[in-house]
Design a binder for this molecule. Structure first.
Ligand code: AVJ
Length: 320
């Protein structure tokens, strides 16, 4: 496998980061989009998170996929599996095994912002599934949905609960845009983390080993590297906060002291008061009825709804 096998939509990554940093760090309530966590180091830290005892979503979703992959293959008869935000595509192997076993699958199209994670995943999967056409796409699933290749019917998998990273209004737009690129009868397989007690949720995003804290601070390192900024990572405390009104986890980086940060690559100087924070991620949690309503509003019919044995995580199979 060579680099040429990855199709890239990311011609000006630094320019995109510059615009996001300008917008987010000049806002009254400072924020940064979570996709900037995922450089090579951040993608590795995320892989470590998925194995932490506190971070249940990956294990719960894997349990569902292991139990239901056969049903998914039978119901969909997919010729193409598209995976949005594929990362390492580790859980996806459960789907690939079932779909190739079923005899219909011809191609796998993983799409991710992290070129390193994607290159590694496409290489490993192409080696392990030699009859499968693997076409990795480096891109942002909010911008590069337009042309999803592959024979029909396709299943678009959006796993891990990543849909929770959207604000509610962006989520609606996103689901509609997925529905729009699919033909009637094609499929969406959607993973959603579920509302549960505050303690479980906040711990899942603030583990004892400090991996999530390092992952969170990594966004500052990315800005230092790409935009020549001078963020002192130690000056920011990692915060995991359950917002029970919005039903989302918020990750924040809170300034331990007043400081000024220079970001030459964005022609920006940013002041932080002591205690002021940057919102770096929201991770919305769902209720089963809410998922169904949102899918319906976007033009999907819910064909199956599954959860793990502890009802912590939900997986929907929806039809266009
Ligand atoms: C990959 C977006 C699903 O929101 O749980 C994990 C990212 N952030 N720990 C999530 C994440 C902090 C994760 N998603």
């Amino acid at each position: 496998m060579t680099e040429a096998d990855l199709e890239s939509h990311r011609s000006d990554v630094t320019g995109e980061l510059r615009e996001d940093v300008r917008a987010g760090l000049t806002a009254a309530q400072k924020w940064l989009p979570p996709k900037w966590f995922y450089d090579a180091d951040g993608s590795e830290l995320f892989e470590e998170i998925t194995a932490l005892p506190e971070y249940y979503p990956t294990r719960c979703e894997r349990e569902v996929l292991a139990a239901r992959a056969g049903d998914i293959a039978q119901l969909t008869g997919a010729h193409t599996l598209v995976e949005l935000g594929s990362g390492s595509s580790e859980k996806t192997r459960l789907l690939l095994d079932a779909l190739t076993g079923h005899g219909t699958l011809e191609s796998f199209v993983p799409l991710d912002v992290s070129e390193s994670a994607l290159a590694e995943a496409t290489e490993a999967i192409a080696a392990d599934y030699p009859k499968l056409e693997v076409r990795g796409v480096v891109g942002d699933f909010t911008r590069h949905l337009g042309l999803l290749p592959g024979g029909r019917p396709r299943v678009v998998a959006f796993l891990g609960g990543t849909i929770g990273n959207f604000l509610p209004e962006d989520r609606t737009t996103f689901l509609r845009s997925v529905r729009e690129v699919l033909d009637e009868g094609e499929w969406l397989l959607l993973g959603t983390d579920l509302v549960k007690d505050r303690e479980t949720l906040e711990r899942a995003y603030d583990d004892a080993a400090g991996v999530t804290a390092a992952f969170n601070r990594n966004v500052l390192r990315v800005i230092n590297t790409r935009l020549g900024a001078d963020f002192d990572l130690d000056a920011f405390e990692h915060v995991s906060h359950w917002d029970s009104e919005n039903e989302w986890i918020e990750m924040r980086l809170r300034a331990r002291r007043a400081l000024t940060v220079e970001i030459p690559g964005a022609e920006l100087q940013v002041r932080f008061a002591e205690g002021e924070h940057i919102r770096t991620e929201i991770s919305a949690k769902f209720r089963p009825g809410g998922v169904e309503a949102e899918l319906k509003a976007a033009g999907f019919g819910l064909e199956r709804w599954w959860t793990d044995s502890q009802q912590r995580f939900g997986v929907s199979l929806a039809r266009s």
